[in-house]
Design a protein around this ligand. Structure first.
Ligand code: TYC
Length: 107
């Protein structure tokens, strides 16, 4: 009886505990806005509110950061979500004939 229990602890349990988890955290990507001299500030704020779920205050802060520093972070997402947001921003900018540029980079 006691022997059986001991046997189990030595073999099965020990091995199972050493197995590596098979899931990995996804790589994350920063979505960035770049400054230019022509895109209206209001449009950039609208983009940040619409596609990046920022409130007016947060959107203004990020827009001004880009305006002054040349680049700013809109958000950090998994690859496909980052890519989708980037595509949405570029499409709306093009539709409105603004030269706004959006890029993404691995964290
Ligand atoms: N520099 C632009 C202006 O003065 C505003 C602007 C901000 C443009 C952020 C792009 O990503 C940008 N109208």
């Amino acid at each position: 009886m006691n022997d059986d229990i001991k046997k189990n602890e030595d073999s099965d349990t020990g091995l199972l505990l050493k197995e590596k988890p098979k899931t990995k955290k996804p790589s994350m990507y920063r979505v960035l806005l770049l400054n230019d001299d022509f895109t209206p500030m209001d449009f950039v704020v609208h983009v940040l509110e619409t596609f990046f779920s920022k409130n007016r205050e947060e959107a203004m802060e990020i827009m001004l950061q880009v305006h002054k520093q040349g680049v700013g972070i809109c958000g950090i997402y998994t690859y496909e979500i980052a890519e989708t947001k980037l595509t949405q921003v570029m499409a709306l900018a093009k539709q409105n004939q603004h030269p706004l540029q959006c890029t993404m980079e691995k964290e």
